[in-house]
Design a protein around this ligand. Sequence first.
Ligand SMILES: *Cc1c(COP(=O)(O)O)cnc(C)c1O
Length: 416
Amino acid sequence: MTDHVESGAVLGQGALGRATQLVRGGLTRSPFAETSETLYLNSGFVFGSAVEAEAAFKGESDRYIYSRYGNPTVGMFEERLALLEGAEACRATATGMAAVFSALACQLQAGDRLVASRELFGSCLHIVTKILPAWGVETVLVPGADPEAWADALSQPAQAVFLESPSNPMLEVVDIAAVADLAHRAGARVVVDNVFATPLYQNPLALGADIVTYSATKHIDGQGRCLGGAVLASAAFMHDRFIPFYRHTGPSLSPFNAWVMVKALETLELRVERQAETAARLADWLALQPQVRQVRYPGRADHPQQDLAKRQMKGFGSLVSFEVEGGKEAAFSLLDALQVIDISNNLGDSKSLACHPATTTHSKLTPGERADAGIGDGVVRLSVGLERPEDLIADLERASMSLPRPMEPPRRAAGA
Ligand SMILES: *Cc1c(COP(=O)(O)O)cnc(C)c1O
């Protein structure tokens, strides 16, 4: 391949542990032998001769040509993420949405049929219900947690399946292995948006999916600095389908953002493990509060798909959703009373962030669509950060004083 040079480093795939790969995978040093990954902030590359340029364009030499196709800093990020995911190939994109859009658009054409879960991130839903249908792709939406609905939709031929699990914001879990099996029998490739689970806690390719997408903006950067995304798949899919689309349409990641991301991968495991630990603790605390009607966290025994979550996830992530008594008014007064946790629609950040999905991330849905997805007016989504857990609990406790007093006595938590 002419736009992505392998590092040739001593790191054999699978030979080193994850923690080692997260700090050393993909590292390619320049002749100056710097310790840290270098930022190659350049758009173009020069050729030693006209013959060399010709060979590069013919695909006969392994070198960088132009940063829209590939760049050494971007390449380090791609290689490190591919090692973490256990994928043959990775391409970085400018945003998570560029990853989702290009992963679907590179393989679909007019007349094709796409089956997707209806519990999708708002912009993903826009792509599958507005943009692709305008280009002649038929989209069928199914409730992601319903195996029979998938079986029914995939009883006819389809070309692609797209899903998100756990879903935003209600953290519903889709049985990836079962859907992949049905999809393959229908002739479809499976694309999984794995943002909420992170590459640490769920491996869709091992469960049978064909393509994984990330918004690297979320946990991968995790510090609120840069937008980014990634697509991971087999070398054959990338070569035949994805790379021609990517090279000519230009969703490429900037080298600067890739440099931030490759450094951020070094601390991904440390950050996400701490966030998930605190999230589990907050979920259990929230479930004991009388003003809280329900808590959604895939690690809790009262999650409707706990067995499936345990089977397909190695950890349960940093997001918790809960519904307060009193609808929108109560949710707003809780959010406004928070002093440590910020109001923001972003997630996966080192700072804890809370939002009201019904009026922000999911405000474009009709009331009926929101009801289908279980997004009540009292639902608050919490992205748990790296603060001291006691400070977050104290913040939520203080804020919950503003909520209407419950009529019934507190219920017991259903599980840990
Ligand atoms: C944020 C997000 C995206 C979009 O990512 P951007 O980097 O904001 O473009 C896609 N899917 C999920 C699940 C997300 O949380």
